[in-house]
Design a protein around this ligand. Structure first.
Ligand code: AMP
Ligand code: TRP
Length: 335
């Protein structure tokens, strides 16, 4: 059985890119772990109250997807082993490779020189590697944008094993063949992103039907009228991927049905596919969020089980690096 680990940042909202590229591939299974990576959320400026609220919301969303039943669902900051493992891994990571990460470059550029780049933004992928390696993960189901980070985790694991002895399993990214990179509705050359300031660029999983319809109808497309995927038609290609993602129908089947009917007819069909695709999730989410106490209990239980799995791997990594476990245990016994 492959061991699976994935994570999502609690940033207050989730869009259909997150859903189609990641969540929908996550399965309730005893070998699967899903983590709300709240420590990653402080690598850019954040509001402490919002972080707590958003962590509960994101956990609620994963509960609504049924992931608490069977798999381990927890918040990263509840398991201190992640932070300790991250520090150990900094010994095998180089500043050069971290500076070359696409996401770092984009976010650092957005902040600009004057604001200063938080050191955490550079270390982000090392913490992510710690998340993955702590659980001896085989597969990491993520959207295309995270592939580079998972490959870095694999490189760090390999380097650590070579330098200190066999310790980590080498993980690999698991990327969906369809909808792995959903684009912005207002600029289909860029990915749909939580951090985009334009609310019309993304459809949130919590958007009501009329908002979804309005956003899809307003989505940027080119001036043609035939519906088919092509690099010259990034907007239409994106809408085809979205519709295929929600209906499970291959893009070719959609092209056969909508090619000559004009953009208006096609967009109305896309909007209905999204509305219907999200309906059951939205109903379940409303039910789950009505009981915040239950979400807290699920996270507490998840943290307990995650810690049990993380501890032996952390202990092994510490020992390999020359931090003897016996001394730590002895220190724990001191008054
Ligand atoms: P994040 O919102 O950055 O925490 O991402 C959570 C998950 O959603 C990760 O697996 C991402 O790769 C995936 N994801 C984020 N944006 C997109 C997108 N536009 N298309 C497909 N997957 C995405
Ligand atoms: N960096 C990921 C993202 O933005 C979130 C993440 C953190 C993650 N740790 C992880 C994903 C471990 C998979 C595995 O989407």
């Amino acid at each position: 059985m492959a061991r699976v680990f994935s994570g999502v940042q609690p940033t207050g909202e989730a869009h259909i890119g997150n859903y189609l590229g990641a969540f929908r591939h996550w399965r309730p299974d005893p070998e699967h772990m899903y983590c709300i990576v709240d420590l990653h959320a402080i690598t850019v400026e954040h509001d402490p109250e919002a972080l707590e609220r958003d962590t509960r919301f994101m956990a609620g969303l994963l509960v609504a997807l049924g992931l608490h039943e069977g798999s381990i669902l927890f918040a990263q900051s509840d398991v201190p082993a992640h932070v300790e493992m991250m520090w150990l891994l900094t010994s095998v990571a180089t500043v050069g490779e971290l500076e070359r990460m696409t996401q770092f470059k984009a976010k650092a550029r957005a902040l600009g020189r004057r604001a200063g780049i938080p050191a955490g933004l550079l270390m982000y992928p090392v913490l992510m590697a710690a998340d993955i390696l702590l659980y001896r993960t085989d597969e990491v189901p993520v959207g295309e944008d995270q592939k580079q980070h998972v490959e870095l985790a694999r490189d760090l694991a390999e380097r650590f094993n070579r330098r200190y002895g066999e310790t980590f399993v080498l993980p690999k990214p698991a990327i969906s063949p369809v909808a792995a990179r959903i684009k912005s509705l207002s600029d289909p050359t860029r990915k749909m992103s939580k951090s985009d300031a334009d609310p019309d660029s993304k459809i949130l999983v919590t958007d009501p039907p009329d908002v979804i319809r309005r956003k899809v109808m307003a989505a940027v497309t080119d001036s043609g009228r035939e519906v088919y995927p092509s690099p010259e038609k990034p907007g239409i290609t994106n809408l085809l991927e979205i519709m295929s993602g929600f209906t499970g129908r291959p893009v070719e089947a959609l092209v056969a049905e909508y090619r000559d009917g004009g953009y208006g007819r096609f967009k109305r069909a896309v909007a209905e596919a999204v509305v219907e695709g999200l309906r059951p999730l939205q109903a379940e989410l409303a039910r789950v969020l009505a009981d915040p106490g239950a979400i807290e209990r699920i996270l507490a239980e998840g943290a307990r089980r995650a810690s049990e799995r993380a501890e032996p791997v952390l202990r092994l990594a510490r020992e390999r690096m020359g931090f003897p476990a016996v001394r730590r245990l002895a220190a724990g016994a001191l008054p």
